[in-house]
Design a protein. Structure first.
Length: 87
């Protein structure tokens, strides 16, 4: 499981394979739910889940292009630096 995650997330960013995988899952979920589900509620729910994957892939690609690291653990260091010393 850890090897799979290493292929999807590297240095705090989603890799290109991860972006393509999320985009493919989202697009196929959206198209499949709109095409196959007869019930309107399930169709809208499936399309919403698919669009969520597509938007995740888009945001991850933008974060990588801007050099941001959304899956990094550096916020712990920042949180420690904001604490006030009582002494």
């Amino acid at each position: 499981m850890k090897k799979i995650i290493c292929y999807l997330i590297r240095d705090g960013n989603v890799t290109g394979i991860g972006v393509i995988l999320a985009m493919t899952i989202g697009l196929s979920t959206t198209i499949t739910s709109l095409y196959f589900f007869i019930d309107q509620t399930l169709s809208i729910l499936g399309a919403s889940i698919g669009l969520m994957f597509i938007s995740f892939a888009g945001y991850a690609a933008h974060a990588e292009a801007l050099g941001l690291k959304p899956f990094d653990n550096s916020y712990k260091k920042d949180r420690e630096s904001y604490k006030k010393d009582d002494s």
